[in-house]
Design a protein around this ligand. Structure first.
Ligand code: MN
Length: 499
């Protein structure tokens, strides 16, 4: 990775370009304060320490996150490195900035374990931070990315540790939050240090491909632009995208190293104004070039579990060359690159409600549960079960997507729809066939729950197969209530008997 040095002027220019009437005075004040706090300090790379907060802050501004986050980025190491206190920051920049800096500082401190426990503790801290304010995690990612970019300055053992943490903790979390841009950068940054030979090999493959195909891809891009120019679409972009190195490495492993099976080394992205134009563009491509069978994917009608939406298709073009297209709206594009962060971006307005609310709720639930678990290994189990275990997605008869963990049953599905649907559930139909309530669901299943409004409540036996925390909690709650109710009746009966 190459380190790009950013100056304060670069940052100010970017902020003025990105934000409407930004508070430049506060931005400059934050820079001055950080510059003073880090004065005279030099990083292992040989650059002054201030280059680090500047890079972090620049990245956050590039993402278009609220200006407070950008300001907090400048200040994120100040409390640790100088006499400046959180209280001082509160007085100078307000509650929000101070609390962001405080959370990021906390995230860094008190990691005292090694090995698996260190991993668990790190993970737990990330989750706690995320559940309280997800913006802190964006700051942490920006911080970690710059540390990866400047890892060359660190001693070997530290390089390895930071790279491993990035790959095993930060990248999966970024992925789960749908932040593929961060995920990709974290993975590639870490990959370079963890498997330098493989990294170089992948880099060579891509370099050769880009050299070989560059002219061809630009020709195709020109043709697509012309094609779209003949339609009613006015606001579109067509550009090439190159596969990331770690992603290529994983895919090659999956195909036993057979490069010819990988069609998306270079893909072309078409970004249009709305969903209609997405399908129109797909139609145009298929009229011009024959699609490769089995490679048309409609992630607009059926989004991936993390919310990703796009149309994918692979076509045969001139001379039998094969190329993949990804078609999406600008909104989908931003969501694909920035994930949940897209919803925290400055240019709000028309943006729809956060799609990942279920995921955020789940986080809050995990956070609660973590507080009751003292042992890190136990905590790790809690996190692994719900978050990193593979997810499946199934459909309601109306076509809504429900995101569930692997092995989930119709009971989990019912509770995911609504607590009352779960409590009154008596049977289920999977793909229009009656099935037992403990049948494990598969991705793509259409699930329908039969309810009986006279049903008193859930069967405690459901706990034997319910997978999600949500369903289990609801079943326990409801059975507790029923038991209490039953107990009250017994007591009442006794009272009566006494009389
Ligand atoms: Mn930092």
């Amino acid at each position: 990775m190459n380190e790009t040095i950013r100056t304060y002027d670069d940052l100010e220019r970017l902020v003025k370009k990105t934000y409407a009437s930004p508070d430049i005075e506060s931005l400059r004040h934050a820079f001055d304060l950080a510059d003073k706090a880090h004065a005279g300090e030099v990083r292992l790379t040989g650059h002054p320490v201030i280059s680090h907060p500047l890079a972090v802050s620049y990245r956050l501004a590039e993402m278009g996150l609220h200006l407070n986050v950008v300001i907090a980025g400048l200040l994120h190491d100040v409390v640790e490195d100088s006499d400046v206190t959180i209280e001082d920051l509160k007085n100078a920049f307000g509650e929000d900035v101070a609390s962001l800096v405080e959370s990021v500082t906390k995230l860094k401190h008190g990691i005292k374990y090694r090995g698996a426990e260190r991993y668990a503790e790190n993970m737990r801290k990330m989750f706690l931070a995320m559940a309280s304010d997800v913006r802190v995690v964006f700051m942490k990612f920006a911080d970690r990315l710059h540390n990866l970019e400047t890892l060359y300055g660190q001693p070997k053992n530290k390089q390895e540790r930071i790279a491993r943490e990035s790959l095993e903790i930060y990248a999966p979390i970024a992925g789960r939050l749908g932040m593929s841009e961060f995920k990709g950068e974290l993975e590639d940054g870490a990959f370079a240090y963890l498997q330098p030979k493989e990294y170089e090999r992948m880099k060579n493959i891509m370099d050769i491909k880009v050299r070989e195909k560059g002219a061809y891809v630009s020709r195709i891009i020109d043709q697509v632009e012309k094609l779209l120019g003949t339609t009613s679409a006015t606001d579109f972009q067509v550009h090439g995208r190159i596969k990331r190195l770690f992603s290529l490495f994983k895919k090659l492993r999956k195909y036993q190293g057979d490069l010819s099976k990988i069609y998306d080394l270079i893909a072309i992205r078409i970004i249009v104004s709305d969903v209609e134009e997405c399908y129109m563009a797909l139609g145009l491509l298929h009229q011009k070039w024959r699609p490769v069978p089995g490679r048309i994917k409609d992630y607009i009608a059926q989004p991936k579990p993390n919310g990703y939406q796009s149309l994918h298709t692979t076509v045969f073009t001139e001379n039998g060359e094969i190329i993949e297209f990804q078609i999406r709206t600008l909104e989908m594009h931003e969501l694909a690159e920035f994930g949940v962060a897209a919803h925290w971006r400055y240019k709000e307005g028309s943006r729809k409600a956060v799609k990942n609310t279920r995921w955020m709720e789940e986080l809050a639930q995990i956070q609660k549960e973590l507080q009751t678990k003292k042992d890190f290994m136990e905590q790790l189990e809690v996190m692994k079960i719900d978050v990193f275990k593979d997810r499946i997605f199934v459909f309601t008869p109306q076509g809504n997507v429900i995101d569930l963990p692997e092995g989930a049953t119709p009971i989990d599905f019912a509770y995911a729809i609504h607590t009352e649907v779960g409590n009154k559930c008596t049977a289920s139909r999977i793909n229009e066939v009656m099935r037992n309530l403990d049948t494990p669901l598969q991705s793509g299943d259409i699930v329908e729950v039969v309810t009986d409004k006279n049903r008193r409540g859930p069967n405690p036996d459901w706990l034997k197969f319910a997978k999600t925390r949500h369903a289990r909690t609801k079943i326990k709650d409801a059975t507790k209530r029923t038991v209490k109710g039953w107990f009250a009746e017994v007591l009442k009966g006794r009272e009566k008997a006494k009389k």
